[in-house]
Design a binder for this molecule. Structure first.
Ligand SMILES: [Zn+2]
Length: 258
């Protein structure tokens, strides 16, 4: 469970505009990453108007659960409000809500609010999400541990910036893609061939953050090219072409994104 500590998305990293220097395909040379972090590259890659697979939550009462809480920077044991969140493609996640919300009705509002958004993620990113933790507070979200970690104060900030879905793409990539791919030989080869990184966050944490940082840009150029600028698309395509090809090769199930 401690692995969660390593899977931190730093909410403080700021958006960074501008494209990288043009590179000649096949002969990249080291350049500065074009972005500081990729959850900020475009708020419209997945939006609240997009379809969701969320099918509903079922209350299961309260029981002891061990949840990571960034405010304590520790795992805590609480009598969590429990809900099963069902998705229309058959996936189910147990949503564990901190009892600090005060009532099952208040907890259900949070469970439904966030499961609705998680349901917009491609199945390939939801497939390993067994549990969801929901707390109050303004703290970065997290992924890994077959889990998604939510602090609702931070969630409101992500909503205000239009990047709640994009943030979940990053975190769920940790949860569902890192275990099989972050150390895969094909991925390591792609990293080496690209030379460069899509963000400084990925460059500075190449084994922990590169899959999560690169996946949203891949989704943007492959499935949302009509929503992003040509400049953004060109920057992604020129910076990490081998990583994009790696994701292409996986045959990921992208519904309901496509
Ligand atoms: Zn991350």
């Amino acid at each position: 469970m401690t692995r969660c500590l390593g899977l931190i998305l730093c909410a403080a990293i700021a958006a960074c505009g501008g494209g990288g220097s043009p590179t000649t395909p096949g002969t990249p040379s080291p350049t500065a990453p074009p972005f500081s972090g990729t959850i900020f590259i475009d708020p419209d890659i997945i939006t609240p108007a997009d379809p969701t697979t969320f099918a509903g939550v079922t209350a299961k009462g309260q029981a002891v659960r061990t949840m990571f809480d960034r405010r304590a920077n520790a795992f805590i044991q609480v009598q969590a409000y429990l809900f099963d969140a069902a998705f229309s493609d058959g996936l189910v996640a147990e949503v564990q809500v901190n009892p600090e919300f005060g009532s099952v009705d208040a907890a259900r509002i949070q469970a439904e609010k966030y499961a609705l958004v998680i349901g917009r993620l491609p199945r390939a990113l939801r497939v390993s999400v067994a549990t969801v933790w929901i707390h109050q507070g303004v703290q970065p979200f997290g992924g890994g541990n077959n889990n998604l970690l939510i602090h609702v104060g931070q969630g409101d900030l992500y909503i205000a910036d239009g990047i709640l879905e994009e943030t979940f793409v990053h975190e769920a990539a940790h949860t569902s893609l890192d275990p099989a791919h972050a150390s895969a030989s094909g991925w390591l080869t792609a990293q080496a061939r690209d030379v460069n990184f899509i963000s400084t966050y990925a460059r500075d944490n190449p084994t922990r953050e590169d899959i999560a940082e690169s996946f949203l840009p891949w989704l943007a150029v492959r499935y949302r090219s009509s929503r992003i600028t040509q400049t953004l698309a060109s920057t992604i395509l020129q910076t990490i072409p081998n990583r994009l090809a790696y994701f292409d090769s996986l045959g990921l199930v992208m519904a309901p994104v496509q």
